[in-house]
Design a protein around this ligand. Structure first.
Ligand code: NAI
Ligand code: MG
Length: 354
């Protein structure tokens, strides 16, 4: 087995945690007998922008042609490039051009990570958030009229297609069908958003019969956010439109401790295009350059990437190494009240793989 991986560290702590993600990948490849062709790229970062006036080369697609996956750090350096430019010209290009219509994040309370919700222990919180990643509220349909006058009007439309909604719902039902509890929760707001959200609800009901083993329910997004905090043990797989999913997929990991450990995947389930794996956190300018960033989010993203590539055993081995390191004395970084450097944490994880 041989995989071509585009490695894109990006900005800030992305450059610091990426080598630790790669360290874990290389240890897993050696232990489980597959080969990784890692292709490092210096674009999709603000240094590249400083040199070229854009975040990526015009021919970025040709340069990434044929890769099996993208392993991404974090992008953004607001002091030099406004966030809407740095993100839109990089990450959002990958998501759209590669039709990565599923954004997948685990919400799992890990051993060694103090839970901000009182009285929870590992095992109590363990679910997935599936976010629609290509349409919905984040559309470019709209307009801005009479700017700067007292007649100013701004409009941005939500776009939902049957194709786009159905495919993310099927992904979520399918994921739920493979889990022990086999339960799907849909995020809605059909009591207030009276056109698109009733459509979303209707598509859930239309697709549910294809998955007779999966139970499902729905919550309005406002009470759902409250339930994430009050009763997170209730959830198994949660599916949501782009905006609601964006909010839930930050809230979920926040309910389980430090943002430094959470991973995410932007997936093209058809396999027609490569998928992208990245930690949830950003470039953290406030701690960049100090070697103290927690690399676990990057390493756990490697786990998701290996699962996607079909290397389940190697993925499980890295996951076990992460869990052991999070409860060890020498592997915890400062955000987890430890004193390990980024590199020490990464080396501790890698030493336990195999
Ligand atoms: P951030 O996630 O970079 O940082 C938020 C807070 O969490 C900071 O206090 C930071 O020190 C801490 N933190 C984050 N990751 C950590 C880690 N691995 N270990 C220890 N502490 C960690 O979010 P922020 O500050 O809102 O954004 C900074 C830049 O990152 C912006 O340019 C933003 O646009 C970009 N960003 C990029 C993302 C991506 O590439 N997918 C996602 C989120 C933000
Ligand atoms: Mg977000």
């Amino acid at each position: 087995r041989r995989y071509r991986i585009a490695v894109i560290p990006g900005d800030g702590i992305g450059k610091e945690v990426m080598p630790e993600g790669v360290r874990a990948l290389e240890a897993a490849a050696a232990a489980f007998g597959f080969t990784l062709d890692l292709e490092w790229h210096d674009f999709a970062c603000c240094d590249y922008y400083a040199r070229h006036g854009q975040m990526m080369p015009d021919d970025w697609k040709a340069r990434l042609d044929g890769v099996d996956a993208l392993f991404f750090g974090a992008v953004g350096w607001p002091d030099t490039v406004p966030d809407h430019i740095s993100l839109w010209q990089s990450l959002l290009q990958f998501r759209r051009e590669y039709d990565q219509y599923v954004n997948l994040r685990p919400v799992r309370l890990m051993p060694g990570v103090p839970c901000p919700l009182a009285g929870r222990k590992p095992g109590d919180i363990d679910f997935w958030v599936v976010r629609e990643n290509t349409e919905g509220e984040y559309s470019s349909v709209g307009g801005h009229m009479f700017p700067g006058t007292d007649r100013e009007i701004v409009i941005q439309e939500t776009v939902m297609t049957r194709h786009g909604v159905d495919r993310v719902l099927r992904y979520a039902f399918d994921l739920a069908s493979k889990r022990e509890r086999r339960h799907l929760t849909s995020a809605t707001k059909s009591n207030g958003i009276a056109i698109t959200m009733p459509f979303w609800d209707a598509r859930v009901e239309a697709i549910a019969p294809e998955y007779p083993g999966v139970t499902h329910d729905k919550y309005h997004i406002d009470i759902l956010t409250a339930q994430f905090v009050m009763n997170p043990q209730r959830f198994d797989v949660v599916v949501a439109s782009n905006l609601f999913g964006d909010i839930l997929s930050d809230l979920g990991p926040a309910c389980t401790g430090t943002i430094g450990v959470a991973p995410s995947a932007n997936i093209n389930p058809d396999g027609r295009f490569p998928s992208l794996f990245e930690p949830v956190h950003g470039s953290a300018p406030d701690i960049a350059g100090q070697g103290i960033a927690n690399p676990v989010g990057q390493v756990w993203s490697a786990v998701m990437m290996l699962e996607h590539l079909g290397e389940a055993e190697a993925a499980a081995a890295i996951m076990g190494a992460i869990e052991a390191t999070l409860v060890s004395d020498n592997g915890r970084t400062r955000d987890l009240s430890g004193s390990a450097s980024t590199e020490a944490c990464g080396k501790a994880i890698a030493s336990l793989i195999g």
